[in-house]
Design a protein around this ligand. Structure first.
Ligand code: DX5
Ligand code: ZN
Length: 225
């Protein structure tokens, strides 16, 4: 079983973004997670096309763009041109999710669906075979540095079973409050991709040590692996 660590630059120091991305890359990051927020879908504004384009110019790592915006279809083409490799869109608030998925595929990009803590797993049944990744939000979207919601663990377990049975190549990602303790809980529940912002970029131990610690935990054998 291979596990992927995806540092979320939402917690990075934007005055030193290039250096910090270089540091996480050298410490073994598997992809870079970019949180786009519009102040409407979530009560916060973050970053958009210029940041994706700048990050693209300094790393070869895959760029995973998490769209917490009300109209993902409107922005995907622009973000794809800027260098996004994959998109994660939310189930919530999207009346035409299948069309959004199709749009990402037409752009040649991978597509994942995120579900918020209050959203039950069965809503994904009909689109499961169409997607590359499921993201279980382990906090309510919109802000970094929130506490991990333990109630989300049972959803990870449920989704893992379904993925194993019907679509084993689909990745299962967790996002929010992931640190040295919660990464193990989510790994044991069945997650394969781990987004971490605060615990990496704001670690008192420094970015490299934080990355090493999380990577070591992913490489330790557990019931799932
Ligand atoms: C929250 C974002 C997360 C956020 C996670 O809405 O989707 O990606 O950056 O940050 P931490 O790791 O600080 O909880
Ligand atoms: Zn995110």
């Amino acid at each position: 079983m291979s596990f992927h660590l995806a540092p979320s630059i939402l917690a990075a120091d934007f005055a030193n973004l290039g250096d910090q991305i270089k540091t996480v890359s050298e410490a073994g990051a598997n992809r870079i997670h970019i949180d786009v927020m519009d102040g409407h879908f979530v009560p916060n504004i973050s970053m958009g096309e210029p940041v994706i384009r700048s990050v693209r110019s300094i790393t070869k790592l895959p760029l995973e763009v998490h769209l917490m915006i009300s109209n993902p279809d409107f922005f995907m083409e622009e973000f794809a041109r800027a260098g996004a490799d994959s998109f994660i869109v939310h189930y919530e608030g999207n009346n035409n999710l299948h069309r959004t998925i199709q749009k990402a595929k037409d752009l040649g990009k991978k597509i994942g669906i995120a579900i918020n803590p209050a959203t039950p797993t069965p809503v994904l049944e009909e689109i499961l075979l169409e997607i590359d990744l499921i993201l279980v939000m382990t906090v309510n979207p919109g802000f970094g540095s929130q506490h991990f919601l333990h109630s989300t663990l049972s959803k990870i377990v449920k989704l893992k079973k379904i993925i194993k049975q019907y679509t084993p190549h689909c990745e299962l990602e967790v996002d929010g409050g992931i640190d040295a303790s919660t990464i193990l809980l989510t790994k044991e529940a069945g997650a394969t991709v781990f987004v971490a912002g605060t615990s990496i970029f704001k670690s008192p131990l420094g970015i490299t040590t934080a990355m090493q610690e999380l990577t070591a935990l992913l490489n330790t054998s557990t019931p799932q692996s």
